[in-house]
Design a protein around this ligand. Structure first.
Ligand SMILES: Nc1ncnc2c1ncn2[C@@H]1O[C@H](COP(=O)(O)OP(=O)(O)OP(=O)(O)O)[C@@H](O)[C@H]1O
Length: 233
């Protein structure tokens, strides 16, 4: 579904230069990978690179759904940017740390926005079921300001998967919740992603859940003070 090889991403310049490398990542449909490592090790940078937001400094291979897009990702110009934006909106879903819901749309409108942009007008049974499992069926008419942080995060998650992307990238999607609610939301997210066959890359500190779900880990390893490498364990 997705194969990435020899991706290097960099941030800052001079003394502040910092780089993250990913020797290899293969993801199958419905597979969940947990990105783990200490604060500042480059987890968000990695997610932005995987999500075609940050242009890599170098790249060996990027294959998405059987399509080799290495050149496109490696050197985007204006025309290629449009192609990348199209691939992102069609095949990728994002749950940012901060939620990312639009304040002037209701929860229901937020959730269906991306799917509508893709021209999808009907929702499959798994989606209706997901609304119930996330416990947000009574909240769909509310605006984000009328929701709790946890409810907003549930909406944000469903918004990111409603168009049924191939890959969901979630950057600490439960960070704002207390451990109990974080664990239960994490569990529901994993179940929904797996049942919908959506591959998921999730930055998380939910160590127990990562172990109990036997998730593959992408673990940060220090190569030098200014260089980290993410390896599959
Ligand atoms: N826009 C930027 N310009 C320059 N340096 C940056 C930028 N964003 C992040 N960095 C630096 O890059 C490194 C990696 O940051 P990143 O946010 O990817 O880490 P993280 O593992 O996600 O951290 P956390 O767990 O605290 O969210 C850090 O040293 C950070 O200071």
């Amino acid at each position: 579904m997705i194969t990435i090889g020899d991706m290097v991403l960099s941030r800052g310049a001079g003394d502040q230069a910092f780089s993250v490398s990913l020797p290899v990542l293969r993801l199958e449909a419905g597979q969940v990978v947990a990105v783990t490592g200490p604060s500042g090790c480059g987890k968000s940078t990695l997610v932005e690179g995987l999500g075609l937001i940050l242009t890599p400094r170098s790249l060996g291979q990027y294959e998405l759904l059987g399509q080799d897009i290495t050149d496109l990702v490696r050197a985007p110009d204006a025309a290629r940017d449009t192609q990348l934006a199209h691939l992102r909106s069609q095949h990728l879903g994002f749950v940012p740390q901060t939620g990312g819901v639009l304040p002037y749309l209701t929860a229901g409108q937020n959730i269906l926005l991306q799917a509508r942009i893709q021209g999808q007008s009907t929702q499959p049974p798994w989606f209706t079921d997901a609304i119930v499992r996330l416990g947000i069926e009574a909240l769909l008419e509310r605006y984000p300001r009328e929701l709790s942080v946890g409810q907003r995060q549930r909406v944000s998650f469903l918004r990111a998967v409603a168009h049924r992307p191939a890959i969901l990238l979630a950057d600490e999607p439960t960070a704002a919740l207390d451990p109990h609610h974080a664990a239960s939301l994490f569990e529901v997210m994993l179940e929904i992603a797996r049942e919908a066959n959506i591959a998921m890359v999730v930055v998380s500190h939910e160590w127990d859940l990562i172990d109990s779900f036997a998730l593959t880990r992408l673990q940060a390893r220090s190569v030098s003070p200014s260089q980290m490498e993410f390896v599959t364990t």
